[in-house]
Ligand binder design. Structure first.
Ligand SMILES: [Zn+2]
Length: 474
């Protein structure tokens, strides 16, 4: 499966906030309860001004002693009791005690709602990096591992926070979360085995999606870039579903989803794709061409599509090859009667004859047909246009490099967009929708997207995987 990338620049936001948050750590608060429960009130820790790091209270000491005892005796009942009664201060003290945390996780092997809630309470205060990774795994059943870069504590905490609200059956579609090299913005990719890989700006987790393939009026503009990337890549994994009766497919390939932006799969066949682009163009050629020239032009266009050609230089070569393939002389044939009069006319086609290579190339170079092809290759980020290309009945481009598919969508689809990146492919639109919906709790999406997402039960994890008989598995 192709490597899919999403890059989101942070728009130059400075990193002060993230660092500050990291350095600040957390403060102790009053701890009124002890694991023994009941009415005894703890003394609490009052942090005096200028000295924010408070000492453990007597109550907290008692809590930790109680917990140690439960761990030593592997007393699950006692542990559960302690989870339920731990005050914020107790939880913080426990979170910071890496040894006790490790012992505790060794003893407490089964998953339970109590444990989940307890980990949620502890997580933000865990300091040990390996523990943060282990607790993430324990809580969500999804391992996090270091890749080309190491996870930072801040990023792990952010990952965790994002996954708490995600329906369990969606997050477990992810099999592993690893870090790629650090970048200025946030980016990631998802592979076919369930791995997602994330890059992020280590000093700044607070950057917004902002100008990263997003216009100011887009729904996703103000969302956090790190969150958006994590959930976008998670969305790619959730997009895959298995129909009990037939084969695996993608939500994004279903007719109902593709209808939202009026997506159309245009195939991979260069003959068909070239013809389709030609037909979508209001005026494919910059000048009237003879039938022979049109034949050469179409042959050249197929070569552009086939070779994924995106430069004018290579375009010339393709036209020359077309002359040769079809057995025409690159010096042209201007002798046929009737050609000269009509050659420069914009309204009627010259019946026979053809221009020399350099002349025809010059015309094609300025023609919508050719210009659209070479600007629609993946290397040109054609989905990043922001607005519909004028003079085209539909917007058409190649989504991914290599053996990629061509897609088109309606010119109107831009009017209500999540981001520019959604227009790369239906799967990217799904991933953007998934991220935007979950981060904003359904607010930062258009009505059609919202309705479809909720109809499918994707907002609450309801399993509606078998509800879509119209899936076309594109
Ligand atoms: Zn993607």
């Amino acid at each position: 499966m192709e490597r899919e990338e999403l890059k989101k620049d942070n728009g130059g936001l400075d990193s002060a906030h993230a660092n500050q948050r990291e350095a600040q750590g957390s403060e102790y608060s009053v701890a009124p309860r002890t694991p023994g429960g009941g009415g005894r009130s703890g003394s609490g820790a009052k942090s005096s001004k200028g000295k924010t790091k408070a000492k453990a209270t007597k109550a907290t000491d008692e809590y930790l002693a109680y917990l140690r005892d439960a761990v030593t005796n592997a007393d699950i009942k006692k542990l559960e009791h302690s989870f339920r009664n731990a005050s914020e201060a107790d939880a913080k003290a426990h979170a910071k005690d890496a040894k006790l945390m490790r012992d505790f996780l060794t003893v407490y092997t089964t998953s339970s709602q109590d444990l989940e809630q307890y980990l949620d309470k502890l997580y933000a205060d865990i300091v040990d990096r390996a523990l943060l990774m282990e607790c993430f795994h324990r809580r969500f059943g999804v391992p996090v591992s270091d890749g080309q870069a190491k996870w930072t504590r801040g990023a792990l905490r952010r990952l965790y926070k994002n996954y708490i609200d995600l329906p369990a059956n969606q997050r477990t579609m992810v099999k592993d979360i690893i870090t790629d090299s650090s970048t200025a913005g946030s980016s990631g990719w998802a592979d076919s085995n369930g791995t997602i890989e994330l890059s992020y700006s280590r000093g700044n987790l607070n950057g917004i999606v902002g100008s990263g393939y997003c216009d100011k009026k887009d729904y996703m503009y103000k969302l956090n870039a790190f969150d958006a990337t994590q959930l976008h890549e998670t969305g790619h994994q959730v997009d895959k579903w298995t129909n009990a009766r037939t084969n695996a497919g993608h939500y994004s390939g279903s007719r109902a989803f593709m209808k939202i932006s009026d997506w159309k799969f245009e195939g991979k066949d260069s003959k068909k794709v070239a013809k389709t682009i030609h037909d979508y163009a209001d005026k494919p050629y910059a000048k009237a061409l003879s039938l022979t020239e049109k034949k050469i032009a179409m042959q050249g266009a197929e070569k552009l599509v086939d070779g994924e050609i995106s430069s004018e230089e290579k375009m010339k070569e393709a036209v020359e090859e077309a002359y040769n393939d079809l057995g025409y002389n690159t010096k042209g044939d201007m002798t046929s009667q009737g050609w000269a009069d009509k050659a420069n006319s914009m309204t009627s086609d010259a019946p026979v004859g053809y221009r020399k290579l350099s002349e025809l190339t010059r015309i094609l170079n300025k023609s919508k047909f050719y210009k659209h092809i070479i600007s629609s290759m993946p290397s040109k980020n054609p989905w990043d246009r922001g607005n519909a290309v004028s003079g085209m009945e539909r917007q058409i481009h190649k989504a991914y490099p290599g053996d990629g598919k061509w897609y088109s969508f309606s010119n109107d689809a831009y009017k209500n967009k999540l981001s520019r990146y959604q227009f790369c492919a239906p799967g990217e639109e799904f991933a953007e929708l998934f991220a935007s919906y979950h981060i904003s709790k359904g607010k930062a999406v258009g009505l059609k997207h919202k309705k479809w997402f909720e109809d499918k039960g994707l907002h609450d994890g309801g399993n509606h995987y078998n509800d879509d008989p119209s899936n076309t598995s594109v």
